[in-house]
Ligand binder design. Structure first.
Ligand SMILES: Nc1ncnc2c1ncn2[C@@H]1O[C@H](COP(=O)(O)OP(=O)(O)OP(=O)(O)O)[C@@H](O)[C@H]1O
Length: 259
């Protein structure tokens, strides 16, 4: 088995996966989670990844984020790029204010105090939370907490955003609003986004391209460009038609594995 490299050779903002394999455990206990997965994401592209439960979506994001090492293949990011990662749970520090939470990555990056204050104020404006900087996470709604998590990720100044079901725990209305916000921020900042979701409609609402992973071991079995003009509505006939097509493929894949 070859060892993996995260090679800084690609253009800033691009993500290239070359035959990425992940095996958990050893011997009879070994679980092949990803099997030679290849995917090229262009700078500024929004890719949504869908697949049955346990197909390896989170595993893949963890590998791209550098939180775990692949068992084989290569992951190529632009020089010096450390992707930002967002989860379903906002994972905020409960003892810090909203401002304090957003400031953490700026402190870690060694920004002086006055610059940090300016950046925090700008990020609060970006996620429309300027009035809430002094609040603590428990004083906010679920949607607001995810906005804080997004601002904290943006504070990393990274061109690549990895999102693991970030809106999965929110009600439909809040999710809808956050789709608009994320789309605006993605456009303004020219980000590259790899977004994992179980929600096929959400994928069709947001993505330039949807990729479908097979049931374990994860491999890309289907990919479709979403040529619906933006801004989109999640309940529009065009978005619904794409969602229906992807759901159909997903059903066949899940059915094939008797899940
Ligand atoms: N640390 C681990 N040790 C052993 N097996 C693991 C480990 N982490 C994940 N797996 C297995 O690898 C496979 C892929 O898991 P992963 O969490 O990446 O899937 P997923 O597609 O994100 O699932 P879900 O959609 O349910 O969140 C699963 O079969 C899981 O049980």
């Amino acid at each position: 088995m070859t060892s993996t490299s995260t090679t800084p050779r690609s253009a800033t903002g691009s993500v290239a996966l070359r035959g990425v394999t992940k095996v958990y455990g050893q011997g009879e206990q070994a679980v092949l989670a990803l099997d030679g997965l290849s995917l090229d994401i262009a700078p500024g592209e929004f890719v949504c990844m869908v697949g049955a439960s346990g197909c390896g979506k989170s595993t893949l994001l963890n590998l791209v984020a550098g939180l775990d090492r692949a068992s084989g293949g290569a992951i190529e990011l632009g020089e010096g790029v450390n992707p930002g990662l967002m989860f379903q749970e906002p994972a905020l520090f409960p003892w810090l204010t909203v401002e304090g939470n957003i400031e953490v990555p700026l402190k870690l990056r060694g920004l002086p105090r006055d610059q940090r204050k300016e950046r925090v104020a700008e990020l609060l404006r970006t996620v429309h939370l300027s009035e809430f900087g002094r609040k603590r996470p428990h004083q906010l709604s679920g949607g607001m907490r995810q906005r804080v998590a997004l601002a904290r990720t943006l504070a990393l100044e990274t061109p690549v955003l990895l999102m693991d079901e970030p809106f999965g725990a929110l009600d439909a209305m809040t999710r809808d609003i956050l789709h608009d916000e994320l789309e605006r921020i993605w456009t303004e900042r020219k980000l590259t986004v790899l977004f994992v979701t179980h929600n096929v409609r959400e994928a069709a609402r947001l993505a330039d391209r949807i990729v479908l992973l097979s049931s374990r071991p994860g491999r890309i079995i289907y990919s479709t460009e979403v040529a619906v003009p933006r801004p989109r509505r999640i309940d529009s006939p065009e978005v619904s038609a794409i969602a229906a097509e992807v759901t159909d493929r997903l059903r066949k894949e899940v059915g094939r594995h008797g899940q």
